[in-house]
Design a protein around this ligand. Structure first.
Ligand SMILES: [Fe+2]
Length: 267
């Protein structure tokens, strides 16, 4: 028999249940403060290794149905602004190559699916973010596993949502490093100059986040430029994005679904 979701978690270090205890509140405060101060907070080693192994095996099963996303985008993921000079940082193209496993092909019996819908996790993350979270209603984007194999990468970008929550399931042999430049979003001349130098290859100000399998990362990806460096070796990098919203019923448009998943599913 499969373990219940409570048994996925190292509850001694992460007392998600019962909620509202002094230990629970202390943990909420630690991550809330870190997120406010640094734009990121890492919960180290939340998920037990045997469950991560199961999640990786379950991802392997649906991997053949994943969508190969090959994209060339600017860091803001928006339309090319032809009114700006061609060498403006806003117009610099980044390439991304990854595969995505959408929620609608992750079986409800899979461990990751159960974790995503586990109320104590939702409640804890709601307290960290300071508002009630609801699972996204989008049948594909609500929960996605990003898959990267040898040579694949995610180019420099800002996220469209304010905060992104990820779980690293499996780490590659090398590469696949999550790098970020905190708080670079402001669109003034200074920040554009800095953005231009990073896109041009400067390394000053880039942080590598020490994310390991089992870690849940809470990241203010709208404000911080970030990327994943190319993966090397035979081991696949699996990172899940758990998408919660501040109101129920939020869906992506058919156009956005088509870009990220190569098909439309409006539920
Ligand atoms: Fe991102």
């Amino acid at each position: 028999m499969n373990p219940s979701t409570n048994q996925y978690i190292d509850l001694d270090r992460f007392p998600f249940v019962p909620s509202g205890t002094p230990e629970w509140q202390r943990l909420v405060d630690i991550h809330k403060n870190a997120l406010e101060a640094n734009g990121a907070s890492i919960m180290k080693g939340v998920i037990k290794q045997d469950i991560l192994n199961r999640m990786a095996r379950e991802a392997d099963i649906v991997l053949p149905e994943s969508y190969a996303c090959r994209d060339s985008h600017n860091p803001f993921l928006d339309k090319d602004d032809l009114s700006l000079p061609e060498d403006h940082p806003r117009r610099q193209k980044q390439s991304t190559s990854l595969n995505s496993i959408p929620y609608d092909i992750i079986s409800p019996s899979h461990a990751l699916h159960q974790l995503y819908n586990w109320s104590p996790l939702k409640e804890f993350l709601s307290a960290v973010l300071g508002h009630k979270l609801y699972p996204m209603a989008d049948p594909m984007a609500a929960l996605t596993i990003n898959v990267m194999e040898e040579g694949q990468n995610h180019g420099w970008h800002y996220d469209e949502s304010q905060v992104t929550i990820t779980l690293m399931i499996q780490k590659p042999e090398s590469g696949g490093i999550f790098e970020c430049v905190p708080d670079l979003r402001n669109e003034d001349n200074d920040k554009y100059f800095k953005l231009g130098s990073i896109l041009g290859g400067a390394e000053d100000g880039i942080l590598s986040l020490p994310v390991e399998p089992g870690d849940i990362l809470i990241f203010a990806g709208f404000y911080s430029l970030h990327r994943v460096t190319p993966v090397a070796g035979n081991k696949t990098r699996y990172v899940a994005t758990l998408c919660y919203k501040d109101r129920p019923g939020v869906m992506n448009s058919p156009e956005v679904q088509q870009i990220f998943y190569g098909r439309v599913n409006q539920g």
